[in-house]
Every structure is written in structure tokens, then in C-alpha cells.
Design a protein around this ligand. Structure first.
Ligand code: SAH
Ligand code: SF4
Length: 362
């Protein structure tokens, strides 16, 4: 079987080259060609002997997902629909801002965790993405946005906040994250790569041990009764255990706080009393809050809290000395906002109908 070199982190690449009977430094050269310079084929790798290039071309491939959709919103947010196989497509979103550019990547086609307010969760789960399919999103974004030798790259930050729960697919997420922070790869600092989790405790411990990058935790409720309903994984790992895992993570984390994400759902989790309850949680973990105005999708059954309510909720937290940001809703018009990413997966749960994938017209 052809090996897709795109998904190999530096250790994986070295092992692969050792098996080929090649020297370690060749592995590093190829890694740089693929990820730093965006090479898509072996002919471009001019400092590698022709013989080795021919050998690589025969045994391996550099194969990113296929772009089947590409749209830009008026605010500059750009969304790609990426076909990963005959039945599945996922989405990646680029969000340009003053002084930085953030790429939001997907880690699974669908998600098993079925949070009540999430469009990805509602369409069921189909499969994990491979490391190549995850890093391929960054590779493609760089290719689309242009890499200029010596110039700052368009993508300065990566967040695992697209489709899927990264902690349920760490075998692929870890090598992809390692490539992101590798100097021979994308060279991003650990603080600029953020994994977001709904609170899969064993995954948090594993990530801390194997590739500690910045961590965001989707809290969304101040108590177990409400969180059990909104984020069902809470029934397995309740808030007390989640906070303990956050504190263990902080011992290794590149930042000295956890970002708690909190989706603002009208009349559900947005009362002053609920904000006050969050203060008890904040007293137990060094954290910042990121309030996310709910992004509606058909049939969700939820409404977004009003701007005034979100401001007031933020104030309660801020008065207690907490740092709170409210996420700007981006990508309106192309369904690129948080929780709206749906891609297209063959739905095995039959919660929704299967969406066929069509190739984009040239
Ligand atoms: N599975 C991971 C990462 C992907 S979701 C997680 O749950 O953290 C990224 C963020 O978007 C999470 O905080 C998630 O709760 C939030 N989100 C999901 N659906 C949303 C919606 N409809 N509106 C706003 N945010 C949403
Ligand atoms: Fe999965 Fe995250 Fe959506 Fe929950 S919010 S269903 S964990 S992608």
C-alpha cells in the first residue's frame, strides 16, 4: 500500500526512511519540503538525489484531501469543504484577523458525543480522520493562501474546533499537532495550537503527556444537572473530574490557564445566577472564559442569547476579576461559524439524511 507521507510526523518519517534503508537527515529534508515549502510532488525536491526521488514516487504519495467547495464570506472568513473519501467530507475554516490568521480544523467526520446544540453532533459519527487528513487541512490552507519564502504565513494559529472531538482521535491528532509545532513542519508555538474538548478526561491526560498544546474546554453549564443534558459526556466525566483533569493539564500546558468555552443559549444557561455559579468553578482552576453566541441551525430548538444578556453575563464574571472574551460571529452566510460545520457524512445513525458529495466544478 502506498504510504501517504503527509501524515508522518518527524519520528514517523525517520522510521519510514530507516525502513527504506535511507539516512535520517533525508527524512528531515522531505518533511521540510512537504510542510515548510508545500511541495506536492517529488520532482520539486531538488536537493534530493534523483534515485531516491524515484524510489519515493513509486512507494509513497503526498495526498491531501480533495477540495470540493471553497467559499469566502464578506468578512474574509473562508471555508473549504474537503472530501476525504467517497462518502465523507469535512470542513476547515480560515479566520483572518488583525495581526493573526486562525485556521479551524476538523478531527473527525461527524462526532459521537451528540451535544444538544451542535450541528456536527446531530448528524452522527462516521469515522476518525487520519493524521494526513488533519494536517492536510493546514497544508491546503497554506497552499490556497500562498506561502512566500521568508514572509509571515497567513495561518499563525490553529484551533481544533471544527468537526469532531479531537480527544476521541488522539492517535491522529497528536502526530498532526506535532507537525504543527515542529520547526521542520509549520513551526507554530505550542500556545498557538489549541485543542478544544468537550471534556474527555483520559484524552486530556494523554495529550498533556504526549503533546501539551493550549487547551480549551467546552463547559457550557455551571452545574452537572444542566451539563448532563447539554454535553452528554458529562455523565461519564462530571464537572468535578473535569476540573481535576484541567488542573493536571495545567502542570504541562504552555499557557497557565484553561480557556472555558461557554455557548450562550437563550433562557437555558445565560442567567446571572448561572454566571455566579461559574465563579465557584473559576475559583478551582486558573481559567479564562470565552463566550460563544449560539449559532443556530435548522431544527436545533435553541435561540441565541441577546447581545445585552451576553454583555451582562460577561460583566458578572468580569466583576469577579475574570478575563472574559466574547467571540465574534464570523463567516455568516457561508455557515462557517462554530457548531455550524456539517460537512457531509454518510449518516449511520439516520438522524439526518445522507448528503451526497459532488466534485466542485472547475
Ligand atoms: N468537540 C470539541 C471541538 C469542536 S466544537 C468541543 O466540543 O470542544 C468547537 C466549539 O464550538 C465547542 O465549544 C462547541 O461546544 C461549540 N459549538 C458547538 N455547536 C455550536 C453552536 N451551534 N453555536 C456555537 N458554538 C457551538
Ligand atoms: Fe462533538 Fe464538540 Fe459538537 Fe459536542 S460540541 S457534538 S463534542 S463536535
Amino acid at each position: 500500500m502506498t504510504t501517504n507521507l503527509l501524515g508522518l510526523d518527524s519520528l514517523g518519517m525517520e522510521q519510514f526512511f530507516a525502513e527504506l534503508g535511507e539516512k535520517t537527515f533525508r527524512a528531515r529534508q522531505v518533511l521540510k519540503w512537504i510542510h515548510r515549502r508545500g511541495a506536492a510532488d517529488f520532482d520539486a525536491m531538488t536537493d534530493i538525489a534523483k534515485e531516491l526521488r524515484t524510489k519515493l514516487a513509486a512507494a509513497t504519495a503526498i495526498e491531501p484531501p480533495v477540495v470540493v467547495g471553497d467559499g469566502t464570506a464578506p468578512d474574509g472568513t473562508r471555508k473549504w469543504l474537503l472530501k476525504v473519501d467517497g462518502a465523507n467530507a469535512v470542513e476547515a475554516v480560515f479566520i483572518p484577523e488583525e495581526g493573526r490568521g486562525t485556521l479551524c480544523v476538523s478531527s473527525q467526520a461527524g462526532c459521537t458525543l451528540d451535544c444538544e446544540f451542535c450541528s456536527t453532533g446531530k448528524q452522527g459519527f462516521n469515522r476518525n480522520l487520519s493524521a494526513a487528513e488533519i494536517i492536510g487541512q493546514l497544508w491546503l490552507a497554506n497552499a490556497a493562501l500562498g506561502i512566500h519564502a521568508g514572509a509571515a504565513r497567513a495561518v499563525s494559529n490553529v484551533v481544533f474546533m471544527g468537526m469532531g472531538e479531537p480527544m476521541m482521535n488522539l492517535d491522529a491528532v497528536i502526530p498532526a499537532a506535532r507537525l504543527m509545532i515542529d520547526d521542520n513542519g509549520y513551526g507554530l508555538s505550542r500556545r498557538r495550537v489549541t485543542v478544544s474538548t468537550s471534556g474527555v478526561v483520559p484524552g486530556m491526560d494523554r495529550l498533556a503527556a504526549e503533546c501539551p498544546v493550549a487547551l480549551a474546554v467546552s463547559l457550557h453549564a455551571p452545574d452537572d444537572a444542566l451539563r448532563d443534558r447539554l454535553v452528554p459526556i458529562n455523565r461519564k466525566y462530571p464537572i468535578r473530574e473535569l476540573l481535576a483533569a484541567c488542573n493536571r493539564y495545567l502542570e504541562r500546558a504552555p499557557r497557565d490557564f484553561i480557556t472555558f468555552e461557554y455557548v450562550m443559549l437563550d433562557g437555558v444557561n445565560d442567567a446571572d445566577a448561572q454566571a455566579k455559579k461559574l465563579l465557584d468553578i473559576a475559583a478551582r482552576v486558573r481559567c479564562k472564559f470565552n463566550l460563544i453566541p449560539f449559532n443556530p441551525f435548522p431544527g436545533s430548538g435553541f435561540k441565541r442569547s441577546s447581545p445585552a444578556r451576553i454583555r451582562r453575563f460577561a460583566e458578572v464574571l468580569q466583576r469577579a476579576g475574570l478575563t472574559v472574551t466574547t467571540r465574534k460571529t464570523r463567516g455568516d452566510g457561508i455557515d462557517a461559524a462554530c457548531g455550524q460545520l456539517a460537512g457531509a457524512v454518510a449518516d449511520r445513525t439516520r438522524r439526518t439524511r445522507t448528503v451526497p458529495i459532488m466534485e466542485a466544478r472547475p
